[in-house]
Design a protein around this ligand. Sequence first.
Ligand SMILES: CC(C)(COP(=O)(O)OP(=O)(O)OC[C@H]1O[C@@H](n2cnc3c(N)ncnc32)[C@H](O)[C@@H]1OP(=O)(O)O)[C@@H](O)C(=O)NCCC(=O)NCCS
Length: 181
Amino acid sequence: MTRLTLHSLTEAHLGPILALDHLCFGQLWTEEGYRRELNSPNSILLGIEDCEQPESLLALGCLWAIVDEAHLTIVAVHPEQRRRGLGQLILSGLLRAACDRQLARATLEVNAENRAARSLYAQFGFQEAGRRRRYYANGDDALILWLSGLQNGNFLQKLEEWDRQIQQRIEAWGGKILRRC
Ligand SMILES: CC(C)(COP(=O)(O)OP(=O)(O)OC[C@H]1O[C@@H](n2cnc3c(N)ncnc32)[C@H](O)[C@@H]1OP(=O)(O)O)[C@@H](O)C(=O)NCCC(=O)NCCS
């Protein structure tokens, strides 16, 4: 059985954060950038760890709380751990953290060609609200997605249901989500 934890990250996790960032994005943010996020009262950084391998991270998520909005800046899963529900687990963790912080809606930007991420966000109800044409250096468009109603009772119910489904999916391949190692 693979025991997993979903938890807030601290400076102690900087090494694994940078390693995963490098693997998934080729360095989206620098060490200094992550240090700033980890120390900012307006940022939430979550990670998924295998209890047997605390020196590496399986997934990483980050949001900025801006007024009553959650701006999701990072959702990333280790390339060898994809299609096992960890993207859903980290996204659900970020949305729960946004709810706990009384944020009303969530937004993010995604490359229009990133089918995996678009499909993940659609599962959680994110909707397209705009497109920035040729936004990325390679000429791809960016889509702006929004999810509203985070404080509605039925959203919290949906989140509970998603969490049950994610847990079942992870248990089906032999994983178990623990609160802490
Ligand atoms: C996008 C990403 C986070 C998905 O992580 P993951 O752990 O593979 O996702 P999950 O296993 O939880 O899958 C959730 C859903 O995402 C979608 N999805 C994930 N990978 C997919 C793929 N290769 N093709 C199509 N859909 C995919 C599916 O809808 C999937 O649900 P399903 O398995 O029931 O069909 C991961 O591919 C990743 O880290 N990509 C690189 C970083 C990135 O692009 N982040 C998003 C930036 S906006």
